[in-house]
Ligand binder design. Structure first.
Ligand SMILES: *[C@@H]1O[C@H](CO)[C@@H](O)[C@H](O)[C@H]1NC(C)=O
Ligand SMILES: *[C@@H]1O[C@H](CO)[C@@H](O)[C@H](O)[C@H]1NC(C)=O
Ligand SMILES: *[C@@H]1O[C@H](CO)[C@@H](O)[C@H](O)[C@H]1NC(C)=O
Ligand SMILES: *[C@@H]1O[C@H](CO)[C@@H](O)[C@H](O)[C@H]1NC(C)=O
Ligand SMILES: *[C@@H]1O[C@H](CO)[C@@H](O)[C@H](O)[C@H]1NC(C)=O
Length: 359
């Protein structure tokens, strides 16, 4: 099982942050660099003439200091921040041009020989990943190149009939399309040159979900993760993992909220309920901290080992994100996250080398 936290950060975060569910009005994006206090990490290194970066004791919380920073003259700091932002944007544009020229609409560029490959079912993974990046960077040319492609994706078949990962496809393709849709309908609706292509982000996300939904056809409702689109079959796994089951609910719930069709949320929330109410009791050795593998037939955990690393991590991440998304519907998700966090603080058995105080 491959659990890609990098993809989670890139794709899923915009969904959660951009979209409090009941927010129907959007603030305009603020001017670049106009509010340093909101873009700068509140954690800052104290200058004590000790240049040992390993020594994290030197980092102190500076939130109050930066909250008041705009009262002084910070234009030099703003200039540096703007230069850095421009360099990041430049690097993105270079990477996009290479991909667009040599690989689009395949999944990825092989930059050494300007060839390409399709590791994510051939639906243009790099393009869909880049949609929200180009959007938050406010590069209309790239946004519109990607939007023009969205209606042409054929989600009914997978490149060379390779297995489709429910998890990866949800966080990358569905998450990217829904986050793009929300941003381009909302705060960045000045970027698209064709609103039909923005609407296609939602209809394609729905089409994709309709092709994926058979994954949940199991006695328990725990989904299979590895799917074959030619005959709607699964691989032979009898269990699925904590992260692969528990990293669907945000995208599928958002899809239901946008389409008015509750079935997508129901499928993923039914599966999630086995994770929120783990059985047998021994699979929750510390309150909130659960095992890793779940029996697809009956929804029971088959072990009691886990943690916050790959294979488990994004289950916990989504507990918090669901609460951020809609605190009234998903308060019990926050309760589970707090239990897990408190247990972790109380029972942590390993620590970073620089922080022995944590255990
Ligand atoms: C603010 O800082 C910039 C860059 O250091 C400087 O050029 C400018 O004169 C300063 N402005 C004021 C009002 O002090
Ligand atoms: C390009 O390089 C990759 C390895 O990075 C190799 O697998 C592929 O066959 C190469 N393609 C061509 C057309 O040479
Ligand atoms: C919109 O942008 C795309 C991509 O740059 C371009 O091909 C297309 O001609 C543009 N359409 C309009 C109406 O400007
Ligand atoms: C599942 O197991 C059956 C019986 O052993 C085998 O024929 C089939 O190829 C397997 N399917 C996959 C996807 O591995
Ligand atoms: C999963 O559940 C089924 C049905 O209850 C049971 O027959 C099977 O042995 C279980 N598998 C594991 C690995 O626990």
């Amino acid at each position: 099982m491959r659990v890609s936290t990098a993809s989670l950060a890139a794709v899923c975060l915009p969904v959660a942050l951009a979209l409090p569910q009941h927010s129907h009005t959007y603030d305009q994006p603020s001017d670049q660099g106009s509010d340093l206090s909101s873009t700068r990490s509140p954690w800052s290194r104290e200058n004590n003439n000790n240049n040992n970066d390993e020594n994290h004791e030197n980092y102190k919380f500076q939130g109050n200091k930066y909250a008041n920073a705009n009262n002084g003259n910070n234009s030099a700091a703003q200039q540096i921040a703007a230069q850095r932002a421009a360099a990041v944007k430049d690097a993105f544009q270079t990477a996009w041009s290479g991909y667009y020229q040599y690989a689009f609409p395949n999944d990825e560029l092989l930059p050494v020989n300007n060839s390409f490959s399709n590791s994510r079912n051939g639906w243009g993974a790099s393009a869909i990943d880049a949609l929200t990046t180009a959007t938050v960077m406010q590069i209309p040319a790239i946004v519109n190149e990607i939007l023009a492609y969205v209606p042409n994706i054929d989600f009914s078949k997978s490149y060379q009939n390779e297995p489709v990962s429910l998890f990866e496809t949800t966080i990358r393709y569905m998450g990217g399309l829904l986050a793009g849709y929300d941003l381009l309908k909302g705060p960045l609706n000045n970027l698209p040159n064709n609103t039909a292509n923005v609407d296609a982000c939602l209809t394609q996300a729905k089409t994709l979900a309709d092709h994926l939904s058979f994954a949940f056809n199991s006695p328990s409702g725990i989904p299979h993760n590895n799917l074959f689109f030619n005959d709607n079959s699964f691989d032979n796994s009898t269990s699925n993992g904590l992260a692969t089951i528990g990293t669907l609910v945000l995208e599928w719930t958002r899809l239901s909220d946008l389409t008015g069709d509750p079935s997508y949320a129901s499928l993923t929330q039914r599966a999630e309920n086995y994770l929120l109410n783990p059985q047998p009791a021994t699979s929750e050795p510390f309150p909130g901290l659960v095992g890793t593998n779940v029996n697809i037939s009956n929804g029971m955990f088959t072990d009691a080992e886990g943690g916050w690393s790959g294979g488990d991590d994004s289950f916990y991440e989504y507990l918090l994100k669901m609460y951020v998304y809609d605190s009234s519907r998903f308060g019990h998700y926050l309760d589970r996250w707090i239990l897990a966090a408190d247990s972790t603080i109380a029972h942590l058995t390993s620590h970073p080398s620089s922080r022995p105080d944590l255990t």
